[in-house]
Design a protein around this ligand. Structure first.
Ligand code: ZN
Length: 106
């Protein structure tokens, strides 16, 4: 399942609320920080569900794991700025591949 961008920030806001030691943010405030890499980088040390896209540097809670997580991409667009559809199909092959779509928010 693909979460919408809006739901992503609702989810992250709720996750942060489980960490009273962290500063609290509304989904709208988090959305406003979408391209603030340092903010997400710091937060990802506290939240298991949070990763950062290697292409656009935006937060992700699901996405493409390339080479068992060596590279992470949040969307088709970000994936395809590095790999073609054909390359990805080969890399995600059931037998040989080590790349896949995964979710961290469950
Ligand atoms: Zn991305």
């Amino acid at each position: 399942m693909l979460v919408s961008n809006e739901n992503k920030y609702v989810f992250l806001s709720n996750e942060i609320a489980n960490h009273p030691e962290l500063e609290q943010w509304t989904p709208e405030e988090l959305f406003a920080k979408e391209s603030d890499f340092d903010f997400w980088d710091e937060l990802s040390e506290h939240l298991d569900c949070l990763r950062i896209c290697d292409a656009c540097n935006r937060p992700m809670i699901e996405g493409y794991c390339i080479d068992d997580g060596r590279e992470l991409y949040c969307s088709d667009d970000c994936l395809h700025s590095y790999y073609s559809e054909e390359e990805y199909i080969e890399m995600s092959d059931d037998e040989e591949g080590n790349s896949y779509w995964t979710v961290w928010w469950e």
